[in-house]
Design a protein around this ligand. Structure first.
Ligand code: URP
Ligand code: ZN
Ligand code: ZN
Length: 461
């Protein structure tokens, strides 16, 4: 099967140039001027960008949380991702307390199999660091689950002590894995939450007010110190939201340590003000870490431009309002998370590239190439080059759209960006050579997505 993508401008993390792209079966076979291919399906890309498919390395399809489940499963969530120009995700399997990692891996594979329409990898959330689990980290990496998320927050549910974190960091270096850290000081937050509830401060905004930026900064700094004591082990901070936490990343990077971090669109485009919306509306934005005062946004954009932040992921974890209402009268019971897998590419294009904060190539680097490198998928994923998987998006830079729950494909009844007008749109999406989105329609097959057996991280400073 051949497909010729003609007349577009190819954009990678490094280059922008006019070229055709020839896809044979599931792979990029040639990139060049005026390519010909008899019998090939033709995709017209004139006046469009031809970009690598987006890679979202932080999603939670069907995550069990706070007595319910994230509302997107691997079908609805990956269809939505495809519409937004994302062709690979890395989702988080959750270890059951005292259970082998293998069991969680198999459970998440079963959730994805038969449903995912784009390719997917898995991280492993480690909840207890026993000797068996430490041993198992080796076989996980060999089987392609090469990153492990640890939590410094949510005492009694996910939170690990420093000794466990330290052991896992040492082991990750031995086995060629990567630790991804949820960095918030869970002990302090717990005290603040209990105090607020005792004072009858129960509305959604107290979620944010009891999780201050300092709690994120402290945990971020402590995590990097632990990684340093473990022998300069690479460490990746997930969903970084606050300027003070970014300062910690910068501090350790400036000292030459392998310190990495991602942020998410919600922290670049939304702010604490959303929690002040009337009634229970603020619950839409209850996520951890929470949204910060607006001035943090500029600092995060600077961090992205200067490479102190290397990745933009989404932390896609949607709950419908009915589920959010579990926390009516007690903000600590509102399920944490918000939708985003569909809107990441366009928000970063519109707010970043059109907004003049990052270059076109940096957009691709942040949303496609570096995520693929850090998460061990490059160069199969994350670029357009001969031999790479043909995960390709034809992007119309002139199209405009209005983000809304009425039109999005995520299975959730609100959009955090309701009514926002943005420039840019994924018009044709190919996953391993197959057109799966065309003319505003999903034309792929349910379950066609494949597990991505990831390797060790490729880390550059
Ligand atoms: O609020 C969030 N972030 N929900 C998803 C779980 C996590 O910590 O990533
Ligand atoms: Zn987290
Ligand atoms: Zn998350």
């Amino acid at each position: 099967m051949k497909t010729l993508i003609q007349g577009g401008t190819v954009v990678t993390a490094a280059d922008t140039y006019r070229a055709d792209v020839l896809v044979v079966d599931d792979t990029v076979a040639a990139v060049g001027k005026d390519l010909t291919a008899g019998g090939a399906k033709r995709v017209d890309a004139s006046r469009k960008y031809v970009i690598p498919g987006g890679i979202d390395v932080h999603t939670h399809m069907e995550l069990p949380f706070g007595g319910t489940f994230a509302s997107d499963d691997f079908y609805t969530g990956t269809v939505a991702a495809a519409f937004g120009g994302t062709t690979s995700i890395v989702d988080f399997a959750v270890q059951g307390m005292g259970e082998p990692l293998e069991k969680a891996r198999d459970a998440w594979m079963a959730k994805a199999r038969g449903k995912a329409v784009i390719d997917y990898g898995l991280h492993m959330i480690v909840r207890d660091v026993s000797d068996e689990v430490l041993r198992e980290m080796g076989s996980m990496v060999r089987d392609g689950v090469s990153s492990f998320k640890l939590f410094m927050a949510y005492p009694g549910v996910f939170m690990l002590d420093d000794a466990s974190i330290f052991k896992a960091l040492v082991r990750s270096a031995e086995v060629g894995g990567l630790i991804c850290m949820h960095a918030e000081n869970g002990g302090v937050i717990d005290v603040l939450v209990k105090r607020a509830l005792a004072q009858k401060k129960t509305g959604p905004k107290w979620h944010a007010l009891t999780r201050p930026p300092e709690a994120e900064a402290e945990a971020t700094g402590r995590a990097f110190r632990l990684a340093e004591m473990a022998g300069g082990v690479p460490l990746y901070i997930v969903h970084l939201s606050a300027s003070q936490a970014l300062e910690q990343v910068r501090l350790f990077r400036d000292r030459g340590l392998p310190a990495y971090a991602e942020t998410c669109p919600q922290y670049l485009f939304l702010s604490y003000d959303s929690y002040e919306e009337p009634g229970f509306e603020g619950a839409k934005y209850v996520m951890s870490p929470p949204l910060r005062p607006k001035w943090h946004q500029d600092e995060l954009w600077k961090g992205l431009a200067k490479n102190d932040l290397q990745v933009v992921s989404t932390d896609h974890c949607p709950f419908c309002m009915k589920e959010k209402e579990l926390g009516k009268g007690d903000f600590s019971k509102i399920p944490n998370g918000a939708p985003g897998v569909e809107t990441r590419m366009v928000l970063l294009y519109d707010g970043g590239v059109v907004g003049g904060r990052i270059t076109l190539n940096r957009w691709i680097e942040l949303c496609c190439t570096t995520p693929a490198k850090i998460m061990g998928m490059f160069p199969k994923k994350g670029t357009i080059a001969v031999g790479s998987d043909a995960d390709i998006v034809v992007w119309d830079p002139r199209a405009t759209q209005t983000l809304s729950a009425k039109t999005h494909h995520m299975r959730v009844d609100y959009s955090p960006y309701e009514g926002r007008k943005v420039k840019g749109r994924a018009v044709t999406v190919l996953s391993r050579g197959e057109v799966i989105v065309e003319k505003d329609k999903f034309v792929g097959k349910k379950g066609r997505g494949k597990f991505i057996k990831r390797g060790s991280p490729i880390l550059q400073t």
